[in-house]
Design a protein around this ligand. Sequence first.
Ligand SMILES: Cc1cc2nc3c(=O)[nH]c(=O)nc-3n(C[C@H](O)[C@H](O)[C@H](O)COP(=O)(O)O)c2cc1C
Length: 148
Amino acid sequence: MSDNKTLVLYFSAEGNTAKVAKEYAEKTGADVFEIVPEVKYTAADIRWTNPLARCNREQIAGKEVPVLGKVENFDQYEDVYIGFPIWYGQAPRVVHTFCKGYDWKGKKIHIFATSGGSGIGKTAEKLAPSVPGAEIVDAKVVKSADEI
Ligand SMILES: Cc1cc2nc3c(=O)[nH]c(=O)nc-3n(C[C@H](O)[C@H](O)[C@H](O)COP(=O)(O)O)c2cc1C
């Protein structure tokens, strides 16, 4: 097990964020953990133009989205980079559910998101209640690992 102080967490439904997150972790030597929902998103699940698609139902209801696995030794990390796609101007529900499972006291969070064009907006403010005690030091939309 590493004694790294930096962790890169990411969720990615279509691969864009995954690519950036993996590149960044490789470049910096940080540990990396993928947030995977218990039920993976199919193409139909994320077709946001369909009002009845899973993504819309989860978003409207502010649902919890159960996740697979757990970060071992979360305590050891000081800086946590959290990457995800912007969904409806903020983090997908699954990221909120994941974050609620950990003690964030004293952690420094750096948010990086990919998007179809939206800026970061109020993403950090909206994620804050799910990471109580953490300091969100940075939040930005990026196109590549070099921008993190
Ligand atoms: C359900 C859903 C909602 C989205 N909402 C937004 C949005 O509000 N603004 C935006 O610019 N892009 C939005 N997008 C596009 C994604 O943010 C963009 O394609 C992102 O890079 C996907 O990342 P991924 O490949 O890691 O899943 C949305 C995509 C989906 C599937």
